[in-house]
Ligand binder design. Structure first.
Ligand code: SAH
Ligand code: MG
Length: 226
């Protein structure tokens, strides 16, 4: 289907500048290179559509890796990316869990704090004018947000409740014709946790408002009907 059509395009038309690509690959975080490039390409295609205006927003920035991929694309079109994260880590980032990185704990507070590394990543990528750090609890901010989004990327808490709340509070803000990207979508439970699939991907498809345009690894790219 559409996946094949996309792949038939000359790939290098929308390549990240090689320095920034190498930088993004080296940045800390959880975004495999091919999925990061697909995210970048989804953002480039979004800004290429003159009918889809508005900023981009990601839920779950961690140390800024995905922010660099999306921000690089936003910058080419003079758009901005709101990078929403409370910077206290998801459940799976806490001590004792699989994705814990002990040096990211604020020793005074005994809590995770990824904001300093995030700021450094965005600074070093030359994206301080493009990526707007938004330190917030996602389901608290989403319902009071009012600006339509050209692109929404959801990669926040992966538990059932956090995933459901991110779907409910953010997907209504995707502009007609805009893009919804979802990370860590695993239809087969053997590959990973189910909530992003069950609480975000499936409801988006079942709403009839979104159509899938691409899959790369656990990344899904959907387009909202216009
Ligand atoms: N996109 C990142 C990885 C994100 S990890 C990358 O490319 O590396 C998930 C992030 O979601 C964590 O940083 C965590 O702090 C954030 N998060 C989890 N629940 C959240 C919530 N309720 N509000 C804001 N951020 C949240
Ligand atoms: Mg992820």
């Amino acid at each position: 289907m559409l996946v094949g059509q996309r792949d038939a395009k000359p790939h290098n038309l929308i390549r990240v500048n090689p320095d920034l690509q190498a930088f993004a690959e080296a940045a800390r975080g959880f975004m495999p290179p091919d999925e990061g490039i697909a995210l970048y390409e989804a953002a480039i295609e979004t800004v290429a559509d003159p009918n889809v205006a508005g900023p981009m927003l990601e839920v779950g920035s961690y140390c800024g890796k995905s922010s660099v991929y999306i921000g690089a694309a936003a910058k080419t079109a003079g758009r901005v990316l709101f990078a929403v994260d409370h910077h206290r880590g998801s459940e799976e980032n806490q001590a004792g869990w699989e994705h814990h990185e002990p040096d990211l704990v604020d020793q005074d507070l005994g809590k995770m704090d990824t904001l300093p590394i995030f700021r450094r990543t965005i600074h070093d990528a030359g994206l301080e004018g493009t990526v707007i750090a938004t330190v917030a609890d996602s389901p608290t901010l989403g319902p009071v947000w009012t600006t339509p989004l050209s692109l929404l990327f959801i990669d926040g808490g992966h538990g059932e409740e956090p995933a459901r709340l991110d779907y409910e509070s953010w997907t209504p803000h995707v502009a007609p014709g805009g893009t919804l990207c979802i990370h860590d979508v695993f239809p087969d439970p053997a590959d990973g946790g189910r909530p992003p699939y069950e609480q975000i991907y499936l409801p988006a498809i079942e709403s009839g408002l979104f159509t899938e345009t691409r899959q790369v690894g656990s990344l899904r790219v959907l387009r909202r009907s216009s």
